[in-house]
Ligand binder design. Sequence first.
Ligand SMILES: C[S@@+](CC[C@H](N)C(=O)[O-])C[C@H]1O[C@@H](n2cnc3c(N)ncnc32)[C@H](O)[C@@H]1O
Length: 168
Amino acid sequence: MKNITTSYDGLFSFYYKYVIKKIIKIGNLNKETRILDFGCGTKQLEKILLSKNIINYDIDSKYSEVKDYENYKYDIIVINQVFMYMDSHEIEKFITKEKNKNKNCKLVVAVSKHNFFVKILKKLFFQKKISFVKSNFDQQLSLIKKLTNIEKSDSLFSNLKIYLLSFK
Ligand SMILES: C[S@@+](CC[C@H](N)C(=O)[O-])C[C@H]1O[C@@H](n2cnc3c(N)ncnc32)[C@H](O)[C@@H]1O
């Protein structure tokens, strides 16, 4: 599997940690909140929140703490820059399944615009290919609006949007 997990080392660690802090704020997350960190990568949310109530799941077994998150209970799902690696069909299926499991569950979703500026930065500093991105910002936002209610939103520069969502 290609490594598509955010690197929290070096120049941009401050930026990525700032994003996590915004996620914690918008979701009003604390140590008691039962959280599914979907696409957890290197588990930065757990490291910053210092919580034992986080289920860290990632499609990449190198990062995932659980094989399957289906049997766990959680009050909120954090999805930080993961939907872009899923196509529209996969995103819709995921949201619908979670709604059917627990309609009261909330979502905090961070969506990157992956605009021209970011592409240049990634090429310059990370040498990362981003050709495996499966859905763009507009596709993700249109599904978010179709399937959920936006309760709160925040943004970081013009590049990243963070939403607190409830199911429709
Ligand atoms: C850009 S990283 C973000 C990691 C983490 N959310 C963070 O904030 O640092 C994207 C992560 O999503 C994971 N991922 C991609 N597709 C996924 C899927 N369908 N289900 C679960 N995780 C997925 C990748 O393995 C990767 O660790």
